[in-house]
Design a protein around this ligand. Structure first.
Ligand code: NAD
Length: 445
């Protein structure tokens, strides 16, 4: 499963050889470890926004060294572009060129993050043009960065301030190693809802979280990450995976519930277990999923129907049960896939189910918000798991090299970190959205 090429080009003699041969050299990504600095150097704050000073004060409060000029700084940890008050494309020139002039100073694992406003159909054309233009520009910056550095953006909804809790929480997430494999993406903040955690290393303290499909792979990583961040975790999987599930439950000091998520009473069983054993149900992660790949020309009803039943119909039914139970503040994060966005040969059934998840979270956002909660999705790209280990080794290596920005697959923990962020109360201003965790690539299951 391990990416041997990544290890070789980053160690000893083989690193020198790869450099002298001019071979592509993917970097070891800066991943989160509790207690580590938020950024690998000072942060450069660019843009004339009237909120710039307030943001600078917040960043200082996070212990960052904030600069308004890059002169004399050897290694920048991050660059923030405040673009929220731009009104015409010509105004992009000054902040973008200032960022460009500082890019060579960006440390490995550095971060470029923009703050801008949503382009609305009712905007004046020039306003919509600059706002939409930022999208293209930032995705292009992502493709130009090296050394595991990333570029992402925060898009503020109408009337939402750059200091709204979820805007600040999104900025913190993008800075931190938690977003290592999120690149060229945007998080939209729709409201001023949410509260920043008292302690950014324990954002889920006191929460009870359920993770389906948690006996292995990404689900097991999610359970561990939520536990690390302070949640009490209930892990769910099919009875056939009982032994592996019990091991994960032990590891996270949580409890196990054996239930097939396609059972009509799965939602009721989950609520009953969480409330009876732990007193509440605050977070649900719909992770259980299967693939049954075949070209559509060879597809049979068994393959098609089972994928739809596990990956989307079960979630729709469980969500109805959760809404009917009126669980206050329930936050849901669902697993989509880049296949549901870009399509993938041999995966019409899977892509229908995962595109379905994206539609479902959009259409469910208002209902969950009415109960003080929210629902979002994460769309992983190529993640190194047992699922993707089945791909022949040569195809896998080439697929990694073709990923234009980070040149490697992601790890289950990368998906888990994005889910942990969206499950937290700090993300309450983000609702009905899908965040890609794909290293700016659309390859994957
Ligand atoms: P995996 O096959 O390793 O694990 C899936 C888990 O779900 C297993 O433990 C399985 O027993 C469980 N499960 C399956 N059907 C179930 C059911 N009916 N009820 C309860 N549990 C059930 O898969 P993974 O790679 O860890 O993927 C996890 C999720 O992430 C899936 O939704 C998958 O579609 C999605 N995803 C994975 C990738 C990737 O690259 N691995 C990419 C995009 C999306």
């Amino acid at each position: 499963m391990a990416d041997k090429y990544l290890e070789l080009v980053n160690s000893g003699l083989t690193k020198k050889l790869a450099t002298s041969l001019g071979l592509p050299r993917p970097s070891i990504l800066r991943r989160y470890a509790p207690g580590e600095a938020l950024l690998p150097g000072p942060v450069l704050l660019l843009g004339d926004s009237s909120s710039a000073q307030q943001l600078a004060d917040t960043l200082l409060g996070w212990g960052l060294d904030v600069r308004r000029h890059a002169v004399g700084v050897n290694r920048l940890g991050g660059i923030v572009l405040m673009l929220d008050e731009l009104e015409a494309p010509a105004e992009l020139s000054a902040p973008m060129l200032a960022a460009g002039a500082a890019l060579r100073q960006l440390a490995p694992g550095g971060r470029v993050v923009s703050l801008s406003r949503e382009a609305l159909d009712t905007d004046a054309p020039a306003v919509a043009a600059v706002r939409q233009g930022i999208d293209g520009a930032m995705r292009s910056v992502g493709r130009e960065l090296r050394g595991g550095a990333t570029a992402n953006g925060i898009v503020l909804g109408h009337g939402v301030s750059p200091s709204a809790p979820s805007a600040l929480a999104a900025l913190h997430f993008f800075f931190s190693g938690r977003s290592a494999y999120v690149d060229g993406q945007f998080l939209s903040v729709d409201s001023a809802d949410g509260t920043l955690p008292a302690d950014f290393s324990q954002p889920l303290a006191g929460k009870v979280a359920v993770v389906t499909g948690a006996a292995r792979g990404i689900g097991a990583a999610i359970a561990q990450t939520l536990h690390r961040d302070g949640a009490t975790v209930v892990v769910v999987d099919v009875p056939g995976a009982g032994d592996a599930l019990a091991k994960v439950a032990n590891k996270v000091s949580g409890t196990a519930l054996q239930v097939d998520v396609t059972r009509p009473d799965a939602g009721a069983k989950i609520i009953e277990h969480a409330v009876a054993r732990h007193g509440s149900l605050d977070i649900v992660i719909h992770n259980a999923g299967i693939t049954r790949d075949k070209l559509l020309a060879n597809m049979d009803a068994r393959r098609w129907d089972s994928v739809i039943a596990v990956n989307i119909s079960s979630q729709l039914a469980m969500n109805e049960a959760f809404l009917a139970a009126e669980l206050p503040g329930l936050r849901i994060v669902s697993l989509a896939s880049t296949s549901g966005i870009a399509g993938n040969r041999g995966q019409t059934n899977y892509a229908a189910s995962k595109g379905g998840v994206i539609g479902m979270v959009r259409a469910s956002a208002a209902s969950f918000a009415a109960a003080g909660g929210g629902i979002n999705a994460v769309a992983p790209g190529f993640i190194e798991t047992e699922m993707t280990a089945k791909i022949p080794v040569a195809t896998r290596t080439v697929a990694r090299m073709l990923m234009p920005s980070l040149m490697q697959g992601g790890l289950p923990v990368d998906v888990a970190e994005a889910i942990g962020f969206l499950a937290s109360d700090a993300a309450a201003g983000i609702n009905g959205r899908t965040l890609r965790v794909c290293g700016q690539s659309l390859v994957g299951a």
